[in-house]
Design a protein. Structure first.
Length: 406
């Protein structure tokens, strides 16, 4: 007879977290048994998300916010979008967690426990904008395959951790270093242990920036499991796919990292504009780096109705990848004329910025309020969906809400 083991304590612990209650007789559960509550899970409960969030996919879990849910200046967990390429790990023991630095351009191979990272290096907290490269994909025509994100695959939470730079300096990096690549513990959808669902990275210059963190806290608490507990790379302003969740290894590479989803059409766009639907050769595709300038009206919710004579207060956020937003405007006449409003400075580099405005509508009827941000290099959001690309990345068109004056 095959020997059966009881379920391990850590596994029980993470199951309890997901279910949201203690599994009272859990110690008598056999290893590998799937509690019913996990067989038909409620994603809102399981991930602590607001019920108004939109589930785009359950295998893997992909959940997006809506513009009005992102009204907070610091995104809280219940409104933070989820983008997974593989399966959420379910048996994490943070006491056993280690981060290994390796790669052709690391002077040595070094492994740190979480406690070592936390005590050896100074800790920093930054608010960092993380936007999925595919945010806005649903508007491309011809349509692009993938999660049909509308506007809600963006967040700006407060991340606390140590600088990747400090770790890399402790290990020592060779002059040949050009890129870093992360590896994480989430399993591929096929559960094939030889396959990684995603393993991306960034040029060494981005890795060495002050704000590039190896984080263990989000908004002052342990990172929620689905967002990368217990350790996450956070590289604000770049496609959020660079910010590896559940990271246990970072390789210092002497070439552009060639992990899963670094090649082909993944997170890459034609280096030069192409006609919609055109086939693009591999060598004509370029890796997405800093995200383009964009804004979001988070109040009111699209469809707002106001009384004639009342002014409407609007507000929202704007961000521009590595750059700052230097100008913010809105239009109520479909982009024919624009009115400038002030935009706050970011709390730190790579954090989104806030704007508000008071709008006086001339008469009763239907209006749209469009928002347009401009970055410090003078680039503005386009009014229409910009440059078509095979996977539908980088749609930074003006955000629009509908308003009726009665
Ligand atoms: N290990 C791991 N890291 C990952 C991913 C993933 O599937 N696995 N998805 C990436 C992508 S494509 C995005 S957009 C962000 C989403 O982060 P969030 O789910 O915390 O919002 O995580 C990135 N980091
Ligand atoms: Mo993404």
């Amino acid at each position: 007879m095959e020997r059966r083991n009881f379920v391990k304590k850590v596994v029980l612990g993470s199951m309890a977290t997901i279910i949201g209650a203690d599994i009272v007789f859990g110690s008598t559960m056999l290893e590998g048994y799937q509690p019913l509550a996990l067989q038909d899970p409620d994603p809102f409960k399981m991930f602590n998300k607001d019920k108004q969030m939109e589930v785009l996919n359950d295998k893997p879990w992909n959940i997006e916010a809506k513009a009005h849910l992102l009204d907070e200046k610091i995104t809280s967990n219940n409104y933070m979008f989820i983008r997974n390429n593989g399966l959420v790990p379910d048996a994490i023991d943070s006491n056993e967690w280690t981060l290994t630095i390796d790669g052709e351009s690391a002077k040595e191979l070094k492994t740190y426990t979480l406690a070592e990272l936390q005590t050896k290096f100074p800790q920093y907290t930054y608010q960092l904008t993380l936007e999925c490269g595919g945010n806005g994909r649903s508007e491309f025509d011809p349509p692009a395959k993938g999660n049909q994100w509308t506007v809600g695959a963006v967040s700006c939470a407060k991340w606390t951790g140590v600088r990747l730079r400090d770790i890399l300096e402790d290990v020592g990096i060779k002059d040949s270093a050009v890129y870093i690549g992360y590896h994480a513990v989430d399993a591929h959808l096929s559960r094939d242990p030889k396959k990684e669902p995603i393993s991306r990275g960034a040029p060494i210059a981005k890795a060495l920036q002050d704000e590039t963190l190896v984080a263990f806290k989000m908004n002052g608490q342990d990172i929620p499991l689905v967002h990368g507990y217990p350790l996450r790379l956070v590289a604000g302003g770049w496609p959020a796919s660079v910010s590896g969740k559940w990271v246990n290894r970072i390789s210092v590479r002497d070439k552009v990292h060639d992990g899963t989803k670094m090649t082909g059409t993944a997170y890459r766009v034609p280096c030069e504009p192409v006609a919609p639907g055109e086939k693009v050769k591999d060598e004509d595709m370029c890796i997405i780096e800093s995200m383009p300038v964009k804004s979001l009206i988070t109040y009111p919710k699209s469809g707002a109705i106001i009384k004639k004579g009342n002014k409407l207060n609007i507000r929202g956020h704007a961000w521009a990848g590595e750059l700052e937003v230097t100008k913010m405007e809105y239009s109520i006449d479909f982009g024919a004329t624009w009115i400038a409003v002030s935009v706050e400075k970011p709390v730190n580099r790579l954090a989104w910025q806030h704007f508000d405005a008071t709008i006086d509508f001339p008469k009763k009827g239907y209006y749209e309020v469009w928002s347009r941000a401009t970055d410090s290099q003078g680039y503005s959001q386009p009014m229409l969906v910009p440059g078509w690309n095979p996977k539908g990345y980088l749609n930074n068109a003006c955000h629009r809400i509908a308003v009726k004056v009665e």
